[in-house]
Design a protein. Sequence first.
Length: 185
Amino acid sequence: ILETSRLTLRDWRANDWPVFWEVTNTPAVMRWLGGVQDAAGRAAGEARIESYRADHGHTFWVVERRDDGALLGFCGLKRSNQAGGPQGMMEVGWRLHKDAWGQGYAKEAAAASLDLAFDRFGADVVIALTVPGNTASWALMLRLGMERREELDFASPDFDPADPLIIVHAITKGEWQGSHGVTAS
């Protein structure tokens, strides 16, 4: 369990999945993530997230708001494994339901995840992936101090078939600790 001033990031429980899919498997949230998922897509997503924890000791964790326990989505760390992209690099990612957008929750959770990536898991660099059209996501990457790494960009039709480019941003341990670290309790 990781706590920030407003959030708790924690491992998944079986009863989290129905709530998670209810609040995030919507056209607005899934617009840049391959679209609303059917039962097979949801099951595959759950298996992927659980496998990251089993294989590497970290995953995209449940994000809960501390004051009321509301499940907001997920945020956390995995090893980059998208076909055609950089393999094995530490990757930070997030997905929050629409009602949680614009309140700083994603940045708070991502900052806590970056702290863990560098301090606990010993990463030298952390990347984040999105598509060009997802301006909110790559804008958050920039606010976190990440820089665009065009040489790591790759094509994948999994998220936006009309524009299969996946763009990559990255931050080093020194860059993070020098100017953007957020201490988690």
